[in-house]
Design a protein around this ligand. Sequence first.
Ligand code: XMP
Length: 319
Amino acid sequence: SWTMAGFKQMEIERIRAQVGTGRVICGLSGGVDSSVAAVLIHEAIGDQLTCIFVDHGMMRAGEAEEVVRTFRNRFNIHLVHRDASDLFIGALEGVTDPEIKRKTIGRLFVEVFDEEASKLGGADFLAQGTLYPDVIESVSHTGGPSVTIKSHHNVGGLPETMRMKLVEPLRELFKDEVRVLGRELGIPEAIVGRHPFPGPGLAIRIPGDITREKLDLLRKVDTIYLEEIRTAGLYDAIWQAFAVLLPVRTVGVMGDGRTYDQACALRAVTSTDGMTAEVYPFDMGFLNRVAGRIVNEVRGINRVTYDITSKPPGTIEWE
Ligand code: XMP
């Protein structure tokens, strides 16, 4: 009968047969799919694999460090960590249109990834964490840079890395099966059970232009919100939860004084595939606690709202 342990063994054999003595490069994003693909390929071919993690500076607090630590220390995987945050944030200066944000990030991502791949002297294969739903529907989201470079982008005159042959060991699996495989491979729950995170990261959770200050402010709010969700034991019941920094200032009172600070929105939805979504029905006690902590602990935020729009007609992200 079919088991995940059996699938893993079969995929390892398949990867070895495909790759031979060739060299493989894999883009790591910190997400579930690319992490599972990387660890599986590493089990199959060891040091013939090198991972490239392009850090665009728009991850959640601590996540970039966690990815690097986990892959280097726990799995002993060769990992290039390119901190390109100055480049990305510089290029996004003054950009307010959501699609231009996505295109800018996508273009730079491919450039930086290719640069790092060239520094390694290229490779024979490019590994991707493509899932079955990506295969049947090659446009599974709004078209931004999923950190895997999707094969439908793989047309004409592209950089060297994109002319490599593809290794896609997850292409028969659904998301929940990838998580089971990840656990089978010993990947920490913090990575395997992680909510989906968009390729453009926090850039599309800051309506308006992006600055380092805004990114830092949003990270503080987001960290408190997710901490409370985990403490309440709700993380696994939610498909995605995150904060949005609103480009609006409102009046508040703090002690004897008047404040005039920024507002933020919290979002949490349930979903099975991200195509439709329902608002997560937190109780008011939970929301009060989170709002209290955010306003008290994050200087610069004095108002918290909860987004109660389902998808459709809303989207999960605000941009
Ligand atoms: P929306 O906002 O379209 O999001 O309801 C559906 C799912 O897709 C994710 N998302 C993206 N993922 N690049 C990505 O890799 C993107 O540009 C992008 N935009 C949205 C979103 O987080 C949700 O899981």
